[in-house]
Design a protein around this ligand. Sequence first.
Ligand code: ADP
Ligand code: ADP
Length: 230
Amino acid sequence: EDVILMENVWKAYPNGVMALNGIDLSVKQGEFVYIVGPSGAGKSTFIKMIFRELKPTRGKIFINNKNIANLRERQVPYFRRKIGVVFQDFRLLPKLTVYENVAFALEVIEEHPRQIKRRVMEVLDLVGLKHKMRSFPDQLSGGEQQRVSIARSICNRPPVLIADEPTGNLDPETSWQIMDVFKRINEQGTTIVMATHNRDIVNKIRHRVLALEGGMIVRDQQEGDYGYED
Ligand code: ADP
Ligand code: ADP
């Protein structure tokens, strides 16, 4: 029932910095978890571990009961396609339309063309952007680009959606819209892990809060608050 299970996870960067110091964690299916903490606390490192952007120096990380710490390099791309990831800077392909940006994620896993079309329209509808399917990224507002990026991240029906500061480049109004989209996705059963500095959102839309400091979990609170003044 654990979607994410970490056992004694450590991460040392090559320069010797210990970014994570013995993390133990269990996240169940359907949970929504905020990762908070000061700059340098290890939030990005933690997030990168979950989609195998980084490998732990020590410890085990089970995603859907599979230990990804010892995945072979050639298995990594296959694993990543099963995890949805959303970044602060959207990372859309500028020469592809909205439709194509989302479809691309399905084409690489060789879905049937008819299925692809149906799924793309479904996820664009979910994020409220069906009417923009022929637009290019630079014709969209920041919030719209982030919604395309979210549509792309969930089109493979990942069990986990990881978001690293998804509202970091957005104004408050737009940030709330993004949270509405995450709410809908979470209600469909997708586990969401979101690193954020957005105190207003964390304090208003209550979910489990994990606070990291110095690479350790210093607080794990159901319906927690942001807890920092920054
Ligand atoms: P946060 O996302 O909370 O700001 P990070 O995970 O980015 O924290 O960083 C945790 C610690 O690891 C910091 O001390 C940071 O300087 C260090 N760090 C991050 N990335 C690297 C890297 N590529 N090489 C060396 N040290 C790094
Ligand atoms: P916001 O103020 O919400 O960040 P913008 O003012 O950038 O948004 O855009 C408002 C609307 O105009 C959006 O729906 C966006 O898609 C559309 N838009 C913005 N720039 C262009 C453009 N160059 N071509 C077509 N549509 C655009």
